[in-house]
Write a protein that binds this ligand. Structure first.
Ligand SMILES: [Mn+2]
Length: 321
């Protein structure tokens, strides 16, 4: 409940906010919006991202980002934002677990409510939508900084209002946010149309690896660690490559397999199969239409396993239209 969350924020002074590892627009936009909201109560609050997300490209368009981040070492309250499970906090999990007061704000169906206070709404298209509802609960007058951050969050998780999670309510929240004078044209084109040079190199790798299975119903791109290292690609540069196989018109299940030091990171998308359930079987999670997991093994092994699994699920769950 928002009441519990508001009370917990009110009675604590040193507060940290944790977006998930491999940060995206929703977790960052929501976290910085929440930071600005909590700051307006006169609290000492900071967003602490995973080390690898320190220089995320979205930092340039978010409001409330500290030039030199204040390190709150012993927080009274930790708020996990957009983290489907607590492992999504990565190395920061120890701080969360050592804290008496914890809050989780999230919109993932698979969230198991791991904090002391939880606000989980799987109907929300983005965690940003929940933070917006929180400002309504607080009767708060937004400013363009908070509104811009929330717009980034919602546009990001809905693929600029194109994915199936986009509801009338999603557009209505976005419409409200536009009232605060944000530049949606600039924010969207920065988020979706602009790429770093390295990212375009990653796209080349992805396109070259493109392959299909099961009568083109399964589409896959794979990224090898050695190739990514050679061009100096960060997580940010190589994120979201699953949009490439997803654009195949006959694809029912699409995936991106990314080789890392110790496992294969998998992104799954589908218009017809419950990929959250598929990901959960490998210890991952997410949404029905978009999910992810990490699997130990070589690229070829993991690919063979997932293709067999996807094929079985398509046969069970998919009826051609
Ligand atoms: Mn999200």
């Amino acid at each position: 409940m928002f009441t519990d969350i508001y009370e917990a924020i009110k009675r604590n002074n040193n507060i940290v906010i944790f977006p998930h590892i491999n940060a995206d627009g929703d977790c960052l936009g929501s976290s910085y919006a929440l930071k600005l909201i909590i700051q307006s109560f006169g609290k000492n609050v900071e967003v602490v991202t995973d080390e690898k997300d320190r220089n995320h490209r979205l930092v340039k368009i978010l409001s409330g980002v500290s030039i030199r981040p204040v390190n709150i070492t012993n927080p009274d309250l930790v708020i996990a934002v957009d983290c489907a499970d607590k492992e999504r906090m990565g190395d920061r999990l120890a701080i969360f677990e050592n804290c008496q007061e914890t809050i989780c704000i999230d919109h993932h169906e698979t969230n198991d409510k791991y904090a002391k206070y939880n606000y989980v709404n799987a109907d929300a298209a983005a965690t940003g939508e929940i933070i917006y509802e929180f400002t309504q609960f607080l009767n708060m007058d937004l400013d363009s900084g908070i509104a811009g951050n929330l717009y980034i969050a919602i546009s990001s998780d809905t693929g600029r209002f194109c994915y199936s999670n986009t509801k009338p309510h999603t557009h209505s929240v976005a419409g409200q946010l536009l009232e605060y004078g944000i530049n949606c044209n600039f924010l969207n084109s920065y988020m979706f149309d602009m790429n770093s040079k390295v990212r375009i190199e990653v796209m080349k790798l992805a396109y070259n690896s493109f392959e299909t299975f099961f009568d083109d119903k399964i589409a896959i791109v794979s990224l090898k660690k050695a190739d990514l290292d050679k061009i100096g690609a960060t997580n940010d540069d190589s994120g979201d490559m699953v949009t490439i196989p997803r654009s195949l018109e006959t694809a029912v299940v699409s995936m991106c397999l990314k080789e890392t030091e110790n496992c294969i990171k998998v992104s799954l998308r589908s218009q017809a199969v419950d990929v959250a359930r598929m990901a959960k079987q490998y210890g991952g999670g997410g949404h029905i239409r978009a999910a992810g997991c990490s699997i130990a093994g070589t690229l070829e092994e993991v690919k063979a396993k997932l293709v067999a699994d996807a094929e079985r699920r398509i046969k069970m769950e998919y009826r051609a239209r």
